[in-house]
Design a protein around this ligand. Sequence first.
Ligand code: NDP
Length: 275
Amino acid sequence: MATTLPARYAVFGHPIGHSLSPTIHRLFGGQCGIKLQYSAIDVPPESFADAVHRFLAEAHGANVSLPHKAAAFALADERSIAASRTGSANVLTRRPDGRLAAHNTDGAGLVRDLTTRQHCMLAGRRVLLLGAGGAARGIAWDLLDAGVAELTIANRTADTASALAAALGVSRARARRWNELAGLGSFDLIVHATSAGVLGQALQLPHSLVDPQTIGYDLSYGPGARGFLDWARAAGVAAACDGLGMLVEQAADAFALWHGQRPQADPVYAQLRAP
Ligand code: NDP
């Protein structure tokens, strides 16, 4: 008697052993009554394209993590608007005709976590984005779409921040040098999108960026977020949170895209947050 094997999915990264994505997708699958296999695949950049093509020849979809998001975008046959405007993809889906479709759910995941879970309204707010790498690019358009009044981008390498502000192409988005941070006043929301924390490097940030209403948000989670969150609390933020909620929300969007059913993110977030 023929048996139907569960559909296969995976997250590709390097390193990827720490990834919570297999757990999140298995929990979503359990909620929705969908059987799936979801693994974590560690490949270095030079092997990524071959490995992902081999995997998706038989599997339905893949998530893509550091450092492969730009490569995932480049190898796709078709690209969503969210992927095209950021030049990177965290979701690859195999179409029935074998073509690979690229999408990016990072920005939507951040905005949903901020607005629904952290109760941080974005319209009309002054936002500081620290960093201009892949993750910052992935969220900048969504912050503007959410109606922020001002998106100030500061990056260690000033040219990268300028290039991102220019690509965003609106006067609400502007680049500032890292050494100008002390003169910028305070912000309603500070989004930390550098990899300094996960690399174990300390950031020097002035407390003048914070006032009693400021919310501090680190895209990283776990030990990688500790340095920024400690700084934010010491500076006197109203609230400080890490990127675990964004991780769960971007995964929920990928799950909905692949399975046509939106899982409930809150119970999975609560389970991952539990000590
Ligand atoms: P990239 O490697 O693309 O970019 C790294 C960024 O960090 C650059 O702007 C770089 O600046 C900056 N940076 C690195 N070290 C320092 C330092 N010591 N001081 C100041 N700036 C520094 O990484 P990503 O943008 O893809 O990822 C950034 C973070 O976001 C990671 O920690 C990642 O885990 C997290 N993330 C979380 C997600 C979630 O779902 N919660 C989703 C995606 C990412 P420069 O240009 O000068 O090198």
